[in-house]
Design a protein around this ligand. Structure first.
Ligand code: UDP
Ligand code: MG
Length: 309
């Protein structure tokens, strides 16, 4: 069967949100009146979401469940959704209803006008802590600055992508994924639509600080060498400082000026350089670890149950 719209929702312990998500997506998509599917990717839920997904799939032919063998993380769950999607247009949406399904109507309109990526821009956010708002805003701006791809500011993964874009994305099998960066990287005709990001419908965020931090590191390492260049920069800085300092110290010594006395200077210099070196090693380590992961070539995710068709 030919599908026009594939909606992908990653699910990690969202049992309270699933029925509402299903209802609202169904309403919106039925109002468009073209064939659609809803791909629910169960990312190792432990709260019974898996059972609800199976149940919904039995009642509604539109639902295609992809059930993971364990938790692989949000970005990988969405990737699996992209792999299984068949639609001419693919929409990625959060299952917690922070992304209003009703916006799909507007996205679809922009897509019909010939845009190949329609991303949703968060004009306003509800019900989030100032810490999250502040770190998110800082994050988007740093990424914008230091990466070579111009990833639109204040956009999440909520977006519609044309089949052409999805096909390219599906060829990008990198392990540490940052989908919004990847979808900006491919090019094509991109446009944003603004929306008000609602508060989470039920449950708690599945993105604790640790996961957010990892995502940020993936974004940076995936799209830029900037951290490696910072190490080079500090290297040149301290080397230049040393070159200036050598004659100065020599002259002071020869003229018997007791300017540098005690060991404080030495200690501070050693600590500073030691710190810079360790940080640079750590940065190198991040990139090498990623190289190693890629070299192992393990599958991105393991599926326990794939859609039947
Ligand atoms: N999610 C997932 N796997 C994870 C973490 C999150 O599939 O390991 C899903 C989650 O169920 C939700 C979406 O990713 O549908 C976004 O997560 P969340 O709403 O917790 O993130 P936040 O909006 O707080 O940044
Ligand atoms: Mg959320």
């Amino acid at each position: 069967m030919k599908i026009t719209y594939s909606i992908i929702a990653p699910i990690f312990n969202e049992k309270e949100n699933l029925p509402v998500l299903h209802r609202r997506v169904t309403e919106v998509l039925n109002s468009i009146g073209e064939p659609w599917e809803l791909i629910l990717v169960d990312d190792g839920s432990t709260d019974g979401s898996t059972g609800i997904i199976r149940e919904l799939a039995k009642q509604d032919q539109h639902i295609r469940p992809v059930i993971f063998a364990r938790n692989f993380g949000h970005q990988v769950a969405v990737t699996a959704g992209l792999d299984y999607s068949r639609g001419d247009a693919v929409v990625i949406i959060d299952a917690d209803l922070q992304d209003p399904p009703e916006l799909i109507l507007e996205m679809a309109k922009k897509w019909k006008e010939g845009n190949e990526v329609v991303f949703a821009v968060r004009a306003e956010r509800e019900g989030e802590s100032w810490f999250k708002l502040w770190t998110a805003s800082l994050f988007y701006r740093i990424i914008y600055r230091i990466t070579d791809v111009k990833i639109p500011l204040d956009t999440g993964d909520f977006r519609l992508m044309d089949r052409k874009v999805v096909n390219v994305m599906n060829q990008m099998r990198e392990r540490h994924r940052f989908l919004r960066g990847m979808s900006a990287w491919v090019g094509f005709k991109q446009v944003g639509v603004e929306y008000k990001r609602a508060a989470r419908k039920a449950g708690e965020t599945k993105y604790p600080f640790r996961k957010m931090f990892r995502l940020a590191i993936n974004a940076v390492t995936g799209f830029s060498y900037f951290p490696l260049q910072v190490a080079t920069f500090f290297g040149f800085m301290s080397a230049s400082l040393a070159i200036i300092a050598i004659p100065v110290v020599a002259v002071l010594r020869l003229t018997n000026t007791h300017f540098f006395e005690g060991q404080t200077t030495t200690l501070v210099a050693v600590l500073f350089l030691g710190g810079v070196q360790l940080i640079s090693l750590g940065v190198l380590g991040e990139y090498i670890g990623r190289l190693y992961d890629e070299a192992k070539g393990r599958p991105l995710y393991i599926v326990r149950e794939a859609p039947e068709d």
